[in-house]
Design a binder for this molecule. Structure first.
Ligand SMILES: [Zn+2]
Length: 403
């Protein structure tokens, strides 16, 4: 018996895959090393002096994101963009929108689910680029699993909205992911005020056994939302679950881990049943190649326009390197097999057009939109205005373009 991994690949190359647990071979005999080799093995660990405000971990001074919890550490805050950067963002958005509208296919894949797409847009209406990626993951999860949520773990569950939606939960039209945020923070989502959060459930979906996240604010949000039977604030390298207790793990967080990933994969293998499956949503090398800003920065630099290159790289805000494991299927296969897991299924979910749109989206206007949302909410206008905007987005954006 062996547990499998399905890899959900994001980025324009092929990729949702599944892999299974393998019997571990015995430990190889220790290699005999030369003195030079030994010295290379005793390299000093990197100096870590930058403390993460979300999880308190120390990071290297050059880190853009926290290695432990992936909170942003040194990317420009959306509220600190200059007027010139806002204009560049707007030009980029119009550029990509025009391109994708022309390229939109008239034949949506058979798996397109308009009601599910609408549910994701409604929850993430101010960030439709996020809705696109999560919707694609939800379709993949639905197509490849029949597993009961009784033994299901969402690892890195965040606020739990994604898990709720892919498990059939639906909410009142005024519900969204933008309640109780801190627009002035580098990580606007790392904030929690229960008095500023309401989630009216219209359809109860399946109860999911476990949701785990490293951030206390995310766990508080997930608890308030309600899709999990159990939530845990925990590090992926120390999962608070018994051996062989989970049938399916879904994670779109493991891909973001640097050094902690091997230990996290060991933990996944430990808690999976022998016939269990890890659904791993991960970026392929096509991801960074198909972004808008980072490749543009490389082109500007090649043209000798260093100022433009610097500006585009600042607007990349670390997205090109955020997902630290942008590996091909073969490379994932090798890495996972080192941890007793075997890729059995690969499932591509989004292509270049969505990746380019996702790199821009409505991100530059997030702060202004959050402010406007609050005005509409205070005035009692959200129930009227929001559904109209969601309907417009549903008709205008094609979540299947570029597949
Ligand atoms: Zn952190």
């Amino acid at each position: 018996m062996c547990a499998s991994v399905t890899l959900i690949a994001v980025g324009g190359s092929r990729g949702l895959f599944s892999s299974s647990r393998e019997k571990r071979p015995g430990l190889p005999p220790p290699a005999i090393r030369s003195v030079d080799e030994m010295n290379m093995l005793i390299e000093k660990p990197p100096v870590r002096t930058k403390r993460c405000s979300a999880c308190n971990a120390l990071n290297a001074p050059s880190s853009l994101f926290c290695e432990r919890c992936t909170a942003p550490l040194a990317v420009v805050a959306l509220g600190n963009l200059t007027n010139d950067e806002q204009r560049t963002y707007m030009a980029a958005l119009l550029d990509v929108l025009g391109e994708s509208l022309k390229a939109t296919s008239n034949s949506a894949p058979a798996s397109h689910d308009k009601a599910l797409w609408h549910a994701y847009l409604s929850a993430f209406w101010l960030r439709p680029e996020t809705a696109m990626i999560l919707y694609a993951e939800a379709l993949a999860i639905r197509d490849i699993t029949n597993s009961s949520s009784q033994h299901w773990l969402d690892l890195g569950c965040g606020d739990g909205i994604h898990a709720a939606l892919y498990s059939g939960w639906r909410f009142d039209p005024t519900f969204d992911a933008f309640q109780s945020l801190d627009p002035l923070a580098a990580d606007i989502y790392h904030h929690w005020d229960p008095n500023d959060f309401t989630a009216t459930v219209t359809t109860r979906g399946q109860q999911i056994a476990h949701g785990i996240d490293i951030k206390d604010t995310a766990v508080a949000r997930a608890n308030a939302l309600g899709p999990f039977s159990n939530t845990h604030q925990a590090d992926a390298t120390h999962l608070p679950l018994p051996d062989r207790s989970v049938r399916t793990i879904f994670s779109n967080m493991l891909r973001d881990l640097g050094d902690p990933l091997p230990a996290a994969l060991e933990e996944c293998r430990r808690i999976l049943t022998d016939d269990g499956t890890l659904l791993l949503s991960a970026m392929t090398p096509g991801y960074a190649e198909n972004l808008y800003f980072a490749p543009g920065a490389r082109r500007a630099q090649a043209d000798g326009d260093d100022d433009r290159a610097r500006q585009l790289l600042r607007l990349d805000r670390g997205r090109s390197v955020f997902c630290q494991r942008q590996l091909s299927v073969d490379e994932w296969q090798t890495l996972l097999s080192e941890h007793g897991l075997k890729v059995t299924t690969v499932r591509p979910i989004v292509g270049p057009a969505i990746i380019r749109f996702w790199d821009i989206g409505l991100r530059p206007f997030t702060i202004a939109l959050l402010h406007q949302r609050q005005i509409w909410k205070t005035a009692g206008a959200l129930p009227t205005i929001k559904p109209a905007i969601v309907d417009f987005l549903a008709k205008t954006l094609d979540p299947c373009c570029g597949n």
